[in-house]
Structure formats: structure tokens, C-alpha cells
Design a protein around this ligand. Sequence first.
Ligand code: ATP
Ligand code: MG
Length: 636
Amino acid sequence: MPETYEIGLGNYDTETRKSAESDFVSFWGKQAESLHWFSKWNNVLDWDPPFAKWFVGGKINASYNALDVHQEKRASKPAILWEGENGESRTLTYRDLWVQVQKLANALKSLGVEKEDRVTIYLPMVPELPIAMLACSRIGATHTVVFSGFSASSIRDRIDDSKSKIVITADGGYRRGNIVKLKDVVDEAIKDFDFVKNVIVLERTKNQITINQKDKLWKDLMNNASENCEAEPLDSLHPLYILYTSGTTGKPKGVLHGTGGYLTHLHSTFKWAFDIKDSDVFFCTADIGWVTGHSYVVYAPLLHGATEVMYEGAPDFPDASRMWDVIQKYKVSIFYTTPTALRMFMKFGDDIPNSFDLSSIRLLGTVGEPINPEVWKWYYRVIGKEKCPIIDTWWQTETGGMMISPLPGLETIPLKPGSGTNPVPGVFISVVDEKGDDVPANTKGYLVIKKPWPGMLLTLWGDDEKYKNVYWSKYKNCYYPGDYAIKDEDGYFWLLGRADDVLKVAGHRIGTAELESCIVSHEDVAESAVCGIPDEVKGEVIISFVVLKENCSKPSTELKKELIAKIRNDIGAIATPKEIYFVSKLPKTRSGKIMRRLLKAIASNDKIGDVSTLEDGAAVTEVQNAFEELQKSMKK
Ligand code: ATP
Ligand code: MG
């Protein structure tokens, strides 16, 4: 096992952990008391597997907990420090947000939006996006945010699935210096949908748009709306939002989240993992179109009355120094990003971050994919200057909030690069075999969640059967997240990649993360993806794709040999790839995750399936070309 990093005192908060262990239901009941409830619940948990009802009978409102509760003490405190891609900036205080949200909530009401109506939000990363979400939650409408990089057909499917009455969009959004014409996309997407009653259009870029009969300008609605809109007391189980998953493993799933349990989960995990203080400046780089943005850009920081930075554009625009510049400018103290972004920053070398003042940072977080230990160490050394813990948080759209994570707001334990350490208190996670029995320490198996948790999805939107099948059919009364993992001798969890992607070679099972991390630890490698493809003799063989760092050695047979020698040495001959392809980019989802299923499909000549969330078609072409070249060279 890799070395451990002693940060802090090395203590668990045994008291909290014991109370969660002995009675997790009362434990979560206690946590929920930190929120504002219009009326208290009768029952903390009603568990009718696989449906969990948290805080039954309680009345609550997400927007009230994010805004109203801060008006006495934090009205003039900045809630959002917004940085536009073009360098513009805006500050919105808790009072500003509160006023804007109430006005928009009244505007929605004036358009006939009622409790449980769905509202699709297709906006760029501007403050109006959280304002729109909070306006919906204030009146009990269910928001469904669609990432603003999606095409007309992707947004069309999602609007159709949720049957939204209203769509909120903008004339355009900035991305890499260009204008993305969002309104045109919406016009195309909804042209056959009578059920969409109105489209609200925010003027962001002032590019030309066609105004149709259904369209209402954001500014006109706001000018006419009153500033007072009481937050609606809603059932704890009230559907707060529908959000589609990243589509890494297949067609995106419409995850439905409730209110009381979800907010409780976020309030607790944000405090435990990020040790949030009034003096902090929090910066999460996730787009609000993904769950990390919903939970840890919008709801969790606002529940705590925190100040946060929200950034509009691409993290490497106009160049790879942008994030460090933002951190320096706003004196960010907590930075939360993804392994994929970190690998990109690493690729450009240490000099760029080293030329900025990053001394305000005290905690660093990561989420979205397994973090390669080499990348973890770089983050720790170059960005955190060997004084900031790395908070590696494992969770999913479906879990609502963090499930496995170091928790410096609660306890100080040694960290191991590449491990998210332990489940959060009140969450019960194991690694099991095919039959569902716990495997011994250091043995690979499937991750399972053994008891319901407050942030748990209510169901998949409109499809209880699919919900049962996808998550609850592999193991009885246990939630199956679809990830492959190890629990080590200290009880630390290591995520090894998707269970579907596990490499099965000559009877051995290897997680993709193990092999990729080994390849990435070569000094010339920036990124790697591996997958298994069918082989007549061996059943399955491994192939590997490698992206090299800038200014390093060029692809060569020597480098291939070095990589193979490294894999044989670090993992074993069994993991030797049949072929290594050098490419300049990998196919990824728009949330930045490697789409291994696509590599596998191309290499096996299979159909490539749903690619609506693919980031860049050029990466697919490149992979296809690499194969063709290889096939040609084999024929020669
Ligand atoms: P889909 O379910 O549509 O295939 P997705 O699983 O990528 O998409 P998300 O809910 O955004 O959609 O991602 C959750 C998944 O991301 C987890 O199941 C896990 O595989 C991976 N993941 C998230 N955080 C971590 C982490 N810290 N370490 C390892 N893996 C992580
Ligand atoms: Mg998933």
C-alpha cells in the first residue's frame, strides 16, 4: 500500500461515529435539527425497501434554508463572487440573492407555475442559474437543470421526459471566447412540444435571437415582479429536482431527489468534509449542470451562509493559469475540483501554478473519478504546498451528497493518496463478492451501501421499475452503485473504477483505476485509459490509450517498452496490455470522465450506444484512426 500522509492529530471522532453506528436513524434525526423546519417530522425514517422516506410529516423549504435564515446575520455578506470568462465580475450578497429569488418566484407564479410543475433550466454558469433553481424550490416547482453545453436533441429528450411547463434559458453563453447560442437550441428542441407554455430568456450576450409567442424576457418579468414571495412549506419528500446522470456507462438516468433528507445530507457533509467557516471562500469548479454543482455549488454552501466563487467558463481559458489566477484574486481557501482537471493542469508543468500566490488555500477537494496517487501527490505538493489535506470525495448523482470522504471538520486521520478513507458517519458501506458476502481486507469486490441514507434518490423519474432493477436487484435490500473497490487493513476504501469495466484476464480481475494509475505514474504520461476487448484465445485482452505530457518525450517503441516494463514490475505480467496507443486526447463525458465503454466499442467493432454526453467527437475520431493504423500495420 502507498505511504500515508499524517495530517492533523490522527484521531477519529469516535463519539460521533459511535452514535451513528448504534442508531443511524436517531443520528440523522439529530443532524436534521440544524435546518429550519416549518413543522417537525413525525418519523425520521420510513424504510420500505427500496423506497426510503426521510423526515416523514416534516415541512421544509430549500430556498428558505439557503436564504431566509441568513437575512438577520449575513444579509450583506457576499454569497456569490462571480467571475465571467471574459474577466467581468459580480458580487451578490445574501440579501441580493434573496430579493432576486423572490422576484423570479413571483414571475414564475404569474406564468401559472404551481407546486410539482417541472421547470427546465438551460443557462450558462451565471448567478441567474442558482437564482432560477432557488426560485423553483421556493414555490415547490421541481427544477431540472440541463448542462448548457448540450445539443438540441439532448435537451429535447430531457424536456420531453420531464414534461416541463417552462424552460428558462439565455440568448447565449460564453465558452472559450465564443458565444453558444442557447436560445436557438431551445427553439429547435421545443418546436413540437405544446406542453411547454413559456420560455424565459435572460439576456447574457446580447446576440440576436428570434422572439416567439411563448417567449418572455427575464428582465421584463423581473421588472414587473414584487420582491416578496413567502417560501412554501413543503413536505420533506417534496421532489426538489430531477437531474440526469453523466452518461459515463450508458444512457443518462433521470435521478429524482427530495427535499428534507437531501438538505440534511448536504448540510452535514459540507460541514464535516470542508470544515466550513464564515471566513472561508469556497470554490467548486463543477458546472451546475452536474450533481456536484447542484449539491456543492448551489445548496450546501448556501445552507451554511458561505461565500463562494462561481466561475463561468472553461478552466483553461484563456490559458492553463486561469484557475490559479481566480484562487489568487478571490483568496480562495477551499478548492474543489476533479481528477481530470488536475491531470490537465499537471500536463502543463509546475511553473504555472508556482507563479501564483496560492497561500490562501487550506483545504483541497476532488470528486468524479478515482484520483491517481501520482495526481494526488502533485495536488498535495504543488497546489497545497504540503500543508492542505486532500479531500477525496466518493459519491454519485444518486447519493445526493458525499458518501466516502476524509472529514477534517470532524476528525483528523492520516490520508493515503488515492483513497477516500472512510464512509461518512451514518452511512454503511461494504465491499462484497458476487453473493453479497463481505470480502476480507485487501480483496477486490463490489461496493454496496447497506442502509438507506438521507441524500438517497427517491426513484428514477417516472420509472420505479428501472430504479429497482438498476440499483436494487443485484443484492437484496442493498444499494448497488456499480463501482469496484477494495477495503484495506485499516478500513480505508479504494475505488478501482466501474464494475462494468473490470478487466478479466486469465481468471484475474483488475480494476481500470489500478492499471491507469500505474501508467500515469510514468513521468512522461499525463493521462491514460484502459479497457478490455474480446480475444479468441485469452477471453479478453487489455488495450491502453496514453496521452503524453507537454514537452516530454514523443511516442516511440522505446516508450512503449518502458511502460510495459513498468506495468510488469508494478502490477504483474498479467496486466500487460496487448497494445498501447498514443493519442492526444481521450473521449470524455462533458463532466470530464473517461468514456471507456466507447474505447471498448470501437476496439471491438460494436455499436457505440448513447453518446449524448460526449465532450468532443474529435477524440473518438482520433481513437478510431489509431485503431485503423494499427490494423493496417498488422496486415503488412
Ligand atoms: P452514468 O451513471 O450515467 O454512467 P456517472 O456514473 O459518471 O454516469 P455521476 O453520478 O456523475 O455519473 O458519477 C458517479 C460516479 O463517478 C461514481 O459511481 C464513481 O464511479 C465515480 N466517482 C465519483 N467520485 C469518485 C471518487 N472520488 N473516486 C472514485 N470514483 C468516483
Ligand atoms: Mg453512475
